[in-house]
Design a protein around this ligand. Structure first.
Ligand code: PAF
Length: 307
């Protein structure tokens, strides 16, 4: 356990802007238990590190809603498929610490796998994410991904015991899956969604953007353009959803992006929209070279509905 301020590592000498780094749940509990006794509200910002402005927006939202903020950083192996980028996922702890200190985060929790999965990955209890939310889209393309997400998020909830947990809307399906986890397992935690932070080109901020070459970055920005174009056509009820999805896929492929899915769904539960459904999400996943990117936009349908 260490205070990160550049002013020495003694808890006694800490100032209000120092950030504490802890690796063990007991250490965390010593701090959060005290906060709870003082009646302070605690927010958790779970991350896998390689922090960018998107994560800092989560920290800021957490600070606006709670008295103390714990940011967790753990690259969770169980949410990566066998052929996915777990090994090469960017690990930038020193830079992450600097960003969190500047953002005045209170505690950085960096458990390792022996803490998160104390009986080893093979013997760990794994949760299964609700199939109605988790089986389609990301779940269909990344089997087991959301099971890994709920397995780790439940453990983080148990260790941090936050009042609020903050998740980005960029991973919209994840947000719904975690809301369900909270509801179904009875966690008394408020899930706070935060809008996606974008680069000036519209590209959603993501740790995986670091894999992109400059020309790929340009191509990747079309994901957002095509989502927005489709959103305005869906909004006015201009054409059948299936047709709009197909046209969007063709446009993305023309920009050199290989499409995993491009789908208009109900915002609330990712069901296929019926005539009366007005609150919709358009969700997409594309490959830009070897990099897989996801994004989504909200759309409120006002025009005559075509299905
Ligand atoms: O969104 C992420 O970065 C991860 O899926 C999360 C929620 C930290 C769980 O590992």
């Amino acid at each position: 356990m260490s205070w990160l301020s550049g002013k020495g590592d003694s808890p006694a000498g800490n100032t209000s802007t120092d950030m504490l780094r802890v690796e063990l749940p007991e250490q965390l509990e010593a701090v959060t238990g005290q906060w709870r006794q003082e009646g302070l509200k605690i927010a958790l910002v779970p991350t896998m590190g390689n922090l960018h402005e998107g994560h800092l927006a989560l920290v800021e939202a957490a600070q606006n809603e709670a008295d103390r903020v714990v940011c967790s950083l753990y690259v969770n192996p169980t949410q990566f498929g066998e052929d996915e980028d777990f090994e090469r996922y960017p690990r930038t702890l020193e830079a992450d610490i600097t960003l969190l200190q500047e953002a005045e985060c209170d505690v950085l929790f960096t458990p390792d796998s022996r803490v998160v999965y104390p009986n080893g990955l093979d013997n760990a209890v794994h949760l299964v994410a609700s199939p109605d939310l988790a089986a389609s889209l990301e779940g269909a393309n990344r089997p087991g991904h959301f099971d890994g997400v709920v397995s780790v998020v439940a453990r983080l909830f148990n260790m941090v015991k936050p009042d609020i947990a903050v998740f980005g809307e960029k991973d919209y399906q994840q947000l719904l899956v975690i809301r369900r986890l909270v509801e179904d397992l009875g966690y008394r935690i408020r899930i706070l969604p935060v809008p996606t932070v974008r680069e000036p080109s519209g590209l959603a901020m993501s740790s995986r953007n670091n894999y992109l070459e400059p020309l790929q970055r340009e191509a990747a920005s079309h994901l957002q353009t095509v989502l927005q174009e489709t959103a305005s056509r869906v909004k006015g009820g201009q054409a059948e959803m299936k047709k709009l999805e197909l046209e969007a896929e063709i446009k993305l492929e023309q920009h050199g992006l290989r499409v995993d899915y491009f789908a208009v769904r109900c915002s609330e539960d990712l069901a296929i929209p019926q005539k009366g459904d007005r609150h919709l999400r358009i969700l997409a996943a594309v490959w830009c070279g070897n990099t897989r990117l996801i994004d989504n936009v909200f759309v409120k349908r006002v025009g005559i509905c075509k299905i």
